[in-house]
Design a protein around this ligand. Structure first.
Ligand SMILES: [Fe+2]
Length: 261
């Protein structure tokens, strides 16, 4: 990997990210919320931000734009003209070339209609915003459940060996939800302890391996026979879902239960 990623904790449980090259000292800021820790890191590390990238219009991912461009007047790439500070609109499949790193923009509507994620094939990293979380996925605010499911399936098609950086630290709650409400999963309690230890040690569970989540994240497995069986047989399923239910019905069932958890 030619670039490094700085994880910047924001607000209660948000993440912004700074991806940068140690060689050229160029940097990209993703989803800034609170400018101060971002600006401090840029200055302390002597980095030159080349742009800001935004995954979607929610204020906890955009409210720091102003504070950054006050100090660094740079391009702000967003998927939505209504986001204040936008200089360039980005669309699905667009390639963003920043010399030290290239990103492919992948549209992932569902959480919001404008949501995009940033994928670097070469660096094997994905910034998934509020679409894919560790052991979870974003709440569906603007799109349909079908849109969100399709978006997650797009991400599932990416290679296993990529590191994912998502928009929130929801991991502990997500795995608790899966194990308490959705299914019994062999080795689940060990996984949960592992996560808790990682967060205690590093202060964050980011990043996570996509390949691992293809095995462990129920939102990526709504069409998997084994998962379906476990979900149907789980004692908390009171006949709401059955083995003949569709992928979309399984997805909706899990997501709606997560909304209430
Ligand atoms: Fe959001």
């Amino acid at each position: 990997m030619n670039s490094s990623v700085k994880i910047v904790k924001q607000l209660k449980d948000n993440y912004s990210y700074i991806i940068y090259s140690n060689e050229s000292k160029k940097a990209i800021v993703i989803d800034p919320s609170e400018p101060k820790p971002i600006l401090d890191f840029l200055k302390d590390t002597n980095l030159n931000p080349v742009c800001i990238l935004i995954t979607h219009h929610h204020s906890d991912h955009t409210q720091g734009i102003d504070g950054i461009i006050k100090d660094y007047e740079r391009s702000v790439y967003t998927p939505n003209n209504n986001i204040k500070g936008t200089t360039d609109i980005i669309i699905d499949k667009q390639i963003l070339d920043f010399e030290f790193i290239n990103f492919e923009v992948i549209a992932t509507p569902g959480h919001t209609l404008d949501h995009v994620v940033f994928y670097s094939e070469k660096e094997k990293i994905l910034f998934s915003g509020d679409t894919l979380f560790y052991y979870g996925c974003g709440r569906i605010f603007e799109g349909t459940y079908e849109q969100m499911l399709n978006s997650l399936n797009k991400l599932k098609n990416l290679p296993n060996d990529i590191k994912v950086f998502c928009g929130h630290e929801y991991t502990t709650k997500n795995i608790e939800f899966v194990l308490n409400e959705i299914m019994h999963k062999e080795g689940g309690e060990i996984e949960k302890r592992k996560i808790i230890e990682i967060i205690e040690k590093n202060g964050s569970s980011m990043p996570f391996d996509l390949g691992h989540q293809k095995d462990w994240n129920p939102f990526l497995n709504c069409n998997d026979t084994q998962y379906k069986r476990s979900i149907v047989d789980f004692y908390k399923n009171k006949g709401l879902i059955n083995k003949d239910s569709s992928e979309l019905e399984f997805f909706t069932y899990i997501r709606e239960k997560r909304n209430k958890f």
